[in-house]
Design a binder for this molecule. Structure first.
Ligand code: SAM
Length: 273
């Protein structure tokens, strides 16, 4: 879909881009085609598309023979999609954050609404088992997701999402590829589900440890763990856990890598049994 086609779709459906819903529509067919040609997308593959908008990506997914289930919050857009693609895709008029679809997708593809991009990624991580997610996000969010320990972008979201996915940035997209143009560049990410996600107890402890570490940003990890409201371990237990995990108890949360967090979570899970 190019800019002219999009503007005529907006006019014929009497719609205006709704910024509150993160509506920046893709108007670059080369990028849409490139996305639909990525690994894992093909004939008969069951794909979840979140926020299809006017179907800029959807059309290319259908052309590849994919079976698309699309979740769109905007009633006007659902109406448009129904009239244009009704027979060939399954359309759910819903807030993706509020519905639960059958968990049987092979791939999720989304140009994510930026206002709730991280919530959607966590929902996909925790409530679905889809093995492959392709997601367009703001470039700044991509930088946070791929940040290394010690950098200012490294935070709780960086570490927490790494529990579920290996994340690769595939390419960046300039604002002029969207209508209306956003203020910032976007990045296209590949998220591959890890095979070794730990059991629920450790996942629960992991989130508590990460929240504690970044609650106590710039505090030594041992005192953050000892005093955080998320898992108040007390001074002695927090120090002992750091020693057992092979972590310098004076290191700061933002300096610890993913594996260090996982070691801490396993020990915290034992400690709070
Ligand atoms: N995929 C289209 C494209 O690339 O042109 C539209 C992408 S636009 C960035 C985000 C889309 O997500 C919009 O169509 C918006 O209405 C929809 N959306 C926003 N919040 C949503 C939510 N919570 N659940 C489902 N769809 C949502």
């Amino acid at each position: 879909m190019n800019k002219k086609e999009l503007q005529s779709a907006l006019a014929s459906s009497h719609l205006h881009p709704n910024k509150r819903l993160g509506q920046h529509f893709l108007i670059n067919d080369d990028i849409a085609g490139r996305i639909a040609s990525l690994d894992g997308i093909g004939n008969g593959v069951k794909i979840l598309e979140i926020g299809p908008g006017f179907g800029a990506l959807t059309a290319h997914l259908i052309a590849k023979g994919a079976r698309v289930a699309a979740v769109e919050i905007d009633a006007g857009l659902c109406h448009f999609l129904e009239s244009r693609y009704g027979g060939s895709i399954e359309i759910h008029h819903a807030d993706f954050l509020k519905i639960q679809l059958p968990d049987d997708f092979s791939v999720c593809v989304s140009n994510l609404p930026y206002y709730c991009a991280s919530e959607i990624l966590f929902k996909l991580a925790e409530r679905y088992s889809v093995p492959l997610v392709y997601a367009m996000v703001q470039k700044e969010m991509a930088s946070r997701l791929e940040a290394l320990p010690g950098s200012w972008q490294y935070g709780a979201m960086t570490v927490s999402l790494r529990l579920y996915f290996d994340i690769t940035r595939l390419f960046d997209i300039p604002p002029k590829s969207f209508y209306p143009e956003p203020d910032v560049y976007s990045s296209f990410l590949k998220l591959e589900r890890k095979h070794d996600v730990p059991d629920a107890t450790i996942v629960g402890a992991f989130h508590k440890v990460v929240k504690s570490a970044f609650w106590g940003r710039r505090k030594p990890i041992a005192s953050a763990l000892a005093r955080s409201p998320h898992c108040p371990l007390g001074k002695d237990a927090a120090h002992a856990i750091c020693v057992e995990a092979g972590i310098d108890s004076s290191a700061r949360g933002e300096e610890l890598d993913f594996d260090a967090y996982l070691r801490l979570a396993r020990l915290v899970a034992e400690n709070i049994k």
